[in-house]
Ligand binder design. Structure first.
Ligand SMILES: *Cc1c(COP(=O)(O)O)cnc(C)c1O
Length: 382
């Protein structure tokens, strides 16, 4: 097969999605242009109600990004200097950045070698280490639903309950995913998601949301996203931030929410094509019992870095989009090394050289998915 004869396969195809959304999207945007309420307009309230209903959460508070959602959730708990926040070492930078911004200390936890999610034994271990050292106060666990798959929330919550810790679900990659038929959104004390364009439910700019079952927390989140305001706009009760979702993004998200379930179903179909075509060639993503993934990322695991790089080169040669999430564990990043106690987190450290993410957007055709798989299989047989 001469791959050069085929058109490129993009990693993401937001143009195809826009064409598929058609007039519905434009009508939503025109409505905002007509009423002109660009900040906290009616679309923002409509979206919050629809997102809460979608995942079955009592409250949804939309915010300016997934990162701000994480920050507001920790600010509301008063987490800061002297506090330990436990989080997986194999995740996007924002998960660790937020506790540091608030003066708290991220405590990096190793991940499970099967699904790369936070490892419960390592979590318990790291909590014991912090308690023994006696310098930091354990306050919170940020569990990350990596790549679209739910983390083990039953396990995380059991540890949090025993240790009296606040749980925050970093669901930036996994809104729409479910465990035993229950969608993420109320698995933890608070859930933060992102509408960055490449996430499963992506806006045309930055955006995010918080979900909680607690009316008190929801009220705090609303205040914090608007400069700590009280019952009137110019009453300042606490130090907050400018963290609102704008009305244009809410309008885009309302149009996208209508097709979101069918997009998740399409991503699942593509995942199945990859699973079948690649299961004898490399390690395909492990599906956890009872979990439905939102398939933000379909990341395969190669035996070593040389093989991974050969696979990357083959995809590049065939103009097939691909990505590496994440080349380096967070405790090994220059910015975060100083916050880490030097403990080795062997699994997180080993993954960066072995992972490879394939295209899985909903506008990928069966034929394209088969070509991605065939290109990889051929490269690995050599
Ligand atoms: C994307 C992402 C974030 C940050 O979301 P933004 O909307 O880009 O700020 C946080 N955590 C994880 C795991 C992410 O993938």
């Amino acid at each position: 097969m001469n791959a050069q004869n085929f058109p490129p396969i993009p990693f993401l195809d937001l143009k195809a999605q826009q064409a598929r959304l058609g007039q519905g999207l434009r009508d939503r945007l025109d409505a905002v242009l007509a009423h002109g309420q660009y900040i906290l307009g009616p679309e923002v309230l409509e979206l919050e109600a629809k997102l809460a209903a979608f995942c079955g959460a009592a409250h949804c508070v939309s915010v300016s990004s997934g990162t701000d959602a994480l920050q507001i959730a920790l600010m509301a708990e008063g987490i800061g200097r002297g506090d330990a926040v436990f989080l997986p070492a194999f995740t996007y930078t924002a998960t660790a950045e937020v506790p540091l911004l608030l003066g708290a200390t991220p405590v990096f936890v190793d991940v499970d070698p099967r699904n790369f999610q936070i490892d419960l034994n390592s979590l318990q271990d790291r909590i014991e280490t912090v308690k023994r050292a006696g310098k930091l106060k354990p306050r919170a666990i940020i569990g990350v639903d990596l790549f679209g798959q739910p983390a083990d929330w039953a396990g995380i919550n059991a540890i949090a309950a025993r240790e009296g810790l606040f749980t925050l679900d970093d669901c930036a990659q996994s809104f729409g995913a479910a465990q035993n038929g229950v969608r993420l959104g109320k698995a933890a004390d608070a859930t933060a998601t992102s509408f960055f364009p490449s996430k499963p439910l992506g806006a045309y700019g930055d955006g995010g949301a918080l979900f909680t079952e607690s009316a008190e927390r929801a009220a705090l989140y609303r205040s914090l996203r608007s400069h700590g305001e009280g019952t009137t706009r110019y009453e300042v009760l606490r130090t907050g931030m400018n963290g609102r979702l704008d009305t244009m993004q809410a309008a885009v998200l309302l149009a996208k929410l209508e097709v979101f379930e069918s997009e998740i179903a399409r991503r699942e179909e593509i995942a199945c094509i990859y699973d079948v075509a690649l299961k004898d060639v490399l390690t395909t993503p492990v599906r956890m019992q009872g979990a439905q993934s939102a398939w933000a990322v379909y990341s395969v695991l190669l035996p070593d870095e040389t093989t991974r790089d050969a696979a990357k080169a083959a995809l590049a040669g065939a103009a097939i989009g691909h990505a590496v999430y994440y080349p380096r564990a967070l405790h090994q990043q220059p910015a975060y090394e100083a916050a880490h106690d030097g403990v080795s987190l062997a699994v997180a450290e080993s993954l960066g050289g072995r992972v490879l993410a394939l295209p899985i957007h909903p506008d990928l055709s069966d034929e394209q998915a088969r070509r991605v798989a065939a290109t990889l299989a051929q490269a690995l047989e050599r």
